[in-house]
Design a protein around this ligand. Structure first.
Ligand code: M6R
Length: 368
């Protein structure tokens, strides 16, 4: 049933091109307008939404952090992201014009479920992004977008994460359509770009050799840092979480711009640092992270750089280069996360850990 793979996790990493393609499938009506799976919220109500709060746990919360950038950019609706376990136990400002988006692969996570119950008591509208048909969270929501990733067996979430990002992007574009913040042709162009992602992810998967080789050098490492900026920041957090849960290594993700506000003190000779370099676009983002890379390299870090394959500027500062295909900034997490998943899977395998069932963890956390 693992389809010839050693672990469900590795199989699920390789299923991502299909999972993303399936999540994008059949999202238009006959007039070419975007549609969602189940929406029991009227367009009128959706036009009145003045705040979005994304709630989730773990990896799903990082998908939410990625989604915030796209949703705010496309809809101009303020969007916060909060851990479900935190949201529930404060006094959040939520009302009928708040859209609470609950992201959960399993649809059964207790913290997320309690958070949406709390939100509904305050009359918020709740939309679930979920991978499990008929699970409790979508059943208790006003609207649902299903990720069509297929069953995710491995405790570590992989295709769950990438398809959650895709589903949230669909939500962002749908809201932009309903509220008129993007024209039909702009939405079609963005959908066209999303449609190229399965191929882009497949290309990343074909180039995994450097990542597998790298894992063999990391058996003795005790600390690993990950840096990213903008949507690369949640990618860094996700890369670190994967190493914690699978390889039992103390790993941290940082927003690269925060380095000089503290974390750079951690850098010492030989410390491994993964850096996610944004695409070379028109904005300053790429150069900013490049200079963060230079800063850590100058202090002796051993750098693993994820960057566009022909990004020659990073080469002098990369001990190892993990090449990424050229995609736009907002879509980069869909390709940049894949090598980090694979790296954690391979390293945990080499260390002799149970990759699919890491110690102390359960697939679905149904207790608070
Ligand atoms: O089923 P959910 O998406 O609600 O699960 C949320 C987290 O428990 C989950 O993403 C967890 O962080 C994973 N083990 C990470 O790989």
């Amino acid at each position: 049933e693992k389809g010839g793979f050693d672990w469900f996790m590795r199989k699920e990493i390789y299923e991502q091109p299909k999972a993303v393609a399936d999540t994008l499938l059949g999202r238009h009506d006959e007039n070419g307008r975007l549609t969602l799976d189940e929406v029991r919220i009227s367009e009128e109500e959706l036009r009145r939404i003045d705040k979005i709060i994304i709630i989730a746990c773990g990896t799903a919360s990082y998908a939410g952090l990625v989604a915030k950038y796209a949703i705010e950019h496309w809809t101009r609706i303020p969007c916060e992201v909060e851990l479900a376990s935190e949201f529930r136990y404060r006094d959040p400002i939520v009302g009928p014009t708040t859209l609470v988006v609950a992201i959960s692969q399993s649809g059964e996570t207790a913290d997320t479920l309690m958070a949406i119950r709390h939100a509904r008591e305050q009359h918020a509208r709740v939309l679930a992004v979920c991978n499990t048909n008929g699970a409790t969270i979508p059943r208790e929501s006003d609207a649902v977008i299903y990720t069509h990733a297929g069953p995710e067996i491995s405790v570590a979430s992989t295709k769950g994460f990438t398809t959650q990002i895709v589903a949230c992007y669909l939500l962002g574009l749908y809201l932009a359509q309903v509220r008129g913040t993007k024209f039909g042709d702009e939405i079609a162009a963005l959908m066209g770009e999303l449609a190229t992602m399965p191929d882009a992810i497949a290309r990343v998967l074909e180039g995994m050799d450097p990542v597998l080789k790298l894992a063999a050098d990391f058996a003795e490492e005790r600390v690993v840092l990950f840096l990213g900026r903008h949507v690369g920041y949640p990618v860094a957090l996700e890369g670190a979480l994967k190493l914690k849960e699978l390889a039992y290594i103390h790993a941290e993700g940082f927003a690269a711009g925060e380095l000089k506000h503290g974390p750079i003190a951690l850098i010492e000779d030989g410390l491994p640092v993964f850096v996610v370099i944004p695409p070379r676009g028109r904005d300053m983002l790429h150069d900013k992270v490049l200079s963060n890379l230079q800063e850590v390299r100058a202090r002796g870090a051993r750098t693993v750089v994820l960057a566009e394959a022909d990004d020659h500027e990073v080469l002098p500062y990369a001990d190892v280069l993990v090449p990424l295909p050229q995609v736009s900034t907002l879509l980069q997490p869909l390709v940049a996360t894949v090598p980090l998943q694979m790296f954690a899977c391979e390293l945990a395998t080499l260390k002799g850990h149970d990759v699919d069932q890491p110690r102390n963890l359960a697939k679905s956390v149904t207790v608070e």
